[in-house]
Every structure is written in C-alpha cells, then in structure tokens.
Design a protein around this ligand. Structure first.
Ligand code: NDP
Length: 295
C-alpha cells in the first residue's frame, strides 16, 4: 500500500522503519534533514510538503507532539487537506486530545476521509522492536482497515471505542506512569537517606507488592546506572497528564492524585526545560532529599 508517514521524531522514526519494510512509503518531516537522513537508510520517498506526502497516499500516519500540531498540518496550500483524497485512511499516532480527535475526525469525515486516533505505548525500545501497544479510537470498520497497518509496529492493537477513546486510554496510562515515577522516586530517596543501598531497595521492592514497570525496568536501567537517556521528553509526558486531568474532569471524577501529579510535572518541566527526559524529575527529588539513587 502507499503509506505517508509525517513526523520522524524519537518514536515516529522507529515506527516508520517498520512501515518502510512492508509498504511503499513516503515520509515528511518539518526539518527536512531528518527525512533525508531517514531516506538514506530506508526505502522511501521524501515529500517536500504535507500536501505532497498526502497526494496519492492510501494511508496517512501522523506522529507529532500534540493534536494542535496535527490540526496545524491540515491547513494551507501545502497542508494535508490540499493533498488528501476521498477514501484515504488517516491514522493519528500522536498522543492527542480526545476532543481534538473528534473535531479532526468530523472535519475529515465531511470530506470522505476516514480518521482514527491511534496513540501508542511502549517507548522507543518498543517501537524499535515493533511491539508497541496501539490504542485506537474510531469505528469498527475503520479499525478493520487500520489494524494491518498498525500491526507493522504494534503487537497489541486494540479498538478502545469511538473517536477520542484511544487518546483517553493513552492519557490515563501515561498519567499512571507519571504518578508512579514520582512516588517511586520519593520512596527510594527516603530509603537511601535512611542508609539502605538503592540497588537493594529496588531489588526487594521488585520482589514485593509495590513493584511496577518504573521499579522493574526504568529505575534499574536508567536511574541506578545514572544513564538518564533522552527517549521521551518530559514536556510530552506533562502534556499527557494534563490531557488525563482534563479527561477526568469531563467524566466528573475529581482525581486529586492525578491533578497533583500534573501540578508536580508542570513544575518539573518549568525547572528542567523542554528537552529534558521524562525521568529527570527523579533528579529533582534526589536534589531536594540530598541523596543519589545510584547502584
Ligand atoms: P519528538 O519531540 O521526538 O518529535 C516530534 C516530531 O514532530 C518531530 O519530527 C518534529 O519535527 C515534529 N513536529 C513538532 N512540532 C511540529 C509542528 N508544529 N508541525 C510539524 N511537525 C512538528 O516527539 P516524539 O517522537 O517522542 O513523540 C511524538 C508523539 O508520540 C507525542 O505525542 C508523544 O507524546 C508520543 N509518544 C512518544 C513516546 C516516546 O517514547 N518518545 C512514547 C509514546 C508516545 P522536527 O524534526 O522539525 O522537530
């Protein structure tokens, strides 16, 4: 199939690599050099504009920071709308906002273009391995069409409900990740301050009921090693938790835990900046406690 992929960022790039293996791929990236570098290593065509990428594409995939960025890409003489044709399947893998996805979907439906929100989870490692979880919002018919494409990079591809349901699922998932990250950081800082070696505390935690993906994978691989690699920007996690807090409000769930998580992440983002990795708030907890979580 002719597939266009727009947004070769940290996660979009390894996702597009899998698409290139199975389909006739066209890529577009705002910074052209990134698209050219991608094309040097993978079979694909580079489009000069979103419009050019969409022309003739049977499937369009976007993976941008926010829904607002996706809406921005639709507009103008070089925008996606100028190139999309009736019947095209448009899959937005951005971790977006449910309301925005419903808005985009409605607008595209009026033009005969089929849209679904399809955010992913599993990180850049999962994207490289092709084992992402993909959370889809759309109709069952759209899902049937989308599934084989999403399975290029997804191991678990699930229809969560109508438009926006994928975004809601993803936002709640990431809010839980964020809450857990902060809580694990705080608990371990206190244990280390009390004289318990960080590695031992993590080992015992991981043999006990408080363990989690954060304690089993992220802390041992990225914190105790002091590697803190940049794989997912804190700014994007902050955006996700805000979306989750807004979603809880819409559902009439007061959600004090997730609101507090959102406030703490916003503070961390203000202090660490737009390029910091999402594990960096652990460093702030360490600084405040006067300890380091080191193996
Ligand atoms: P990055 O910040 O690494 O990359 C963002 C990409 O979007 C770049 O290609 C950038 O282009 C492009 N871009 C940014 N703003 C615009 C714009 N206004 N118009 C057009 N293109 C734009 O983000 P990620 O790849 O990490 O994340 C993408 C999405 O995937 C986000 O919604 C994120 O929450 C989600 N996600 C990320 C994960 C991760 O581990 N990184 C895991 C799961 C989901 P340029 O090269 O010009 O900067």
């Amino acid at each position: 199939m002719r597939v266009a992929f727009l947004g070769l960022g940290a996660i979009g790039t390894p996702m597009a690599v899998h698409v290139a293996k199975a389909h006739q791929l066209t890529v577009w990236n705002r910074t052209r050099a990134r698209a050219d570098a991608f094309a040097a290593g993978h079979p694909c065509t580079v489009a000069g504009t979103p419009r050019e990428a969409a022309l003739g594409a049977e499937v369009v995939i976007t993976c941008l920071p926010t829904s607002a960025d996706v809406e921005g890409l639709l507009e103008g003489p070089d925008g996606l709308l100028a190139g999309l044709s009736r019947g095209t399947l448009f899959l937005d893998c951005t971790s977006g906002e449910p309301e925005a996805s419903r808005r985009i979907g409605g607008r595209l439906a009026a033009l005969g273009i089929v849209f679904a929100d399809a955010p992913v989870s599993g990180g850049t490692n999962g994207a490289e391995a092709g084992t992402l979880t993909v959370m889809v919002g759309g109709t069952e018919e759209t899902f049937r069409r989308a599934r084989p494409i999403l399975e290029c990079f997804g191991r678990r591809v699930e229809l969560m409900g109508p438009l926006g349901a994928g975004d809601a699922m993803k936002a709640v998932n990431n809010a839980l990740l964020a809450a857990n990250l902060l809580a694990v950081g705080e608990g371990l800082a206190a244990l280390v301050k009390n004289g318990i070696p960080a590695a031992k505390a993590v080992e015992v935690l991981n043999a006990s009921s408080g363990r989690s993906f954060v304690s089993e994978v992220l802390v041992p691989e990225r914190v105790l090693t002091r590697l803190f690699p940049l794989t997912f920007r804190l700014a994007l996690l902050d955006k996700d938790v805000r979306i989750a807090a807004g979603f809880l409000e819409q559902q009439g769930v007061s959600g004090p835990m997730l609101h507090l998580t959102s406030a703490l992440l916003a503070q961390a983002r203000a202090s660490l900046g737009e390029q910091a990795d999402y594990l960096e708030p652990v460093r702030l907890i360490e600084q405040e406690a006067g300890v380091e979580l080191r193996a």
